[in-house]
Write a protein that binds this ligand. Structure first.
Ligand SMILES: [Zn+2]
Length: 324
């Protein structure tokens, strides 16, 4: 027996603030940009099994993601990488969607071709252009359930604020100037967000994060349905979010080899305060390397396995509070 969404809300009272439905907005508040097509994407990174297997589940039980006011489509974005349980075959698919790259006929790696194919299907000039893209990811960092927005686009921020309201443990991360607003798969949609859950090892399904991701997908689909009906729920409109500042590499020797581990006091402390002089790394000769900056930062993606090859040990963010 498949569970209904209400059951998920009962199960996940730890992530959902309330089992009471929120008051609906006034009917008659006409949405400015009604959504007609929503795309749920998993397996953009082939070894992130949470999203990939949720896509498999939704393909098997499409009624779970059916909502009457829009069409819901699914996509297993990188099937070859998923089969190989690898992040990618030739290059990171989620960096392949720059407009100039999509138009560059010389780019012909598996992921470049796949990006062009996905753009032809779902891009704004594609066969079935999508209004909203929900891209499902997992991380080996301890980021819990994180909503990723790539810019300050009001529709996405409003949705992120809503999810943070109904589920206060959900964090909101803005990828800022890290490039995702231009080169990620979700940048193809008019609107779109990412969901990042962890800590989950690569190539592993974890029931807790699988069910939490599934629950938040239903909450998002219901929100989009209410939006289309001009009935977006009322909720307090302040939002705390964490904006990307810079990526921090591991200490390396002259040959480029890593010379330290994340300091044990920092491991798994995503979204926690890192103050000047706090320890960041422990070198192989047992020296502590501390944070040398002048301002408090909030590291995320601490010790993300996929980022070793990118030269990223963590990303610094700054904490913001805004009124939507
Ligand atoms: Zn990913």
């Amino acid at each position: 027996m498949l569970r209904k969404q209400d059951d998920y809300i009962m199960i996940f009272q730890d992530i959902f603030r309330t089992t009471q439905p929120l008051a609906a907005g006034e009917p008659g508040m006409k949405p400015k940009n009604k959504l007609s097509r929503v795309l749920i994407v998993g397996g953009t990174h082939g070894n992130e099994f949470t999203g990939a297997y949720l896509i498999k589940k939704f393909e098997q039980f499409p009624e779970l993601i059916h909502r009457s006011s829009f069409e819901t489509l699914t996509l297993l974005a990188n099937p070859q990488a998923f089969t190989a349980a690898r992040r990618y075959i030739n290059k990171d698919l989620n960096r392949c969607f720059l407009r100039q790259n999509l138009e560059d006929s010389k780019l012909s790696s598996y992921e470049d071709l796949r990006a062009k194919e996905i753009n032809h299907l779902f891009g704004q000039n594609g066969k079935t252009p999508v209004d909203f893209i929900l891209d499902l990811h997992s991380t080996t960092a301890n980021m819990g359930v994180t909503i990723i927005v790539d810019n300050d686009e009001p529709f996405n921020m409003q949705l992120a604020a809503y999810l943070n309201y109904v589920s206060p443990s959900v964090k909101v991360y803005s990828s800022g100037n890290s490039g995702r607003s231009h080169n990620s798969l979700r940048s193809l949609g008019r609107f779109g967000i990412g969901i990042e859950v962890g800590s989950v090892p690569q190539g592993v399904l974890n029931a807790d994060f699988f069910l939490k991701t599934e629950a938040i997908i239903y909450t998002i689909l219901d929100y989009l349905q209410q939006y289309n009906q001009g009935k977006v729920p009322h909720f307090p409109n302040t939002l705390i979010f964490y904006r990307y500042m810079e990526a921090i590499d591991y200490p390396r020797n002259e040959r480029g080899e890593i010379q330290a581990v994340i300091h044990p006091q920092l491991q798994f402390k995503d979204y926690e305060v890192l103050n000047p002089a706090d320890p960041m790394f422990l070198t192989f000769d047992d020296q502590i390397i501390s944070y040398q900056g002048n301002s408090t930062v909030y590291p995320v993606f601490i010790n993300e396995a996929a980022y070793y090859e990118k030269g990223i040990a963590m990303c610094f963010t700054e904490k913001h509070q805004i009124t939507i």
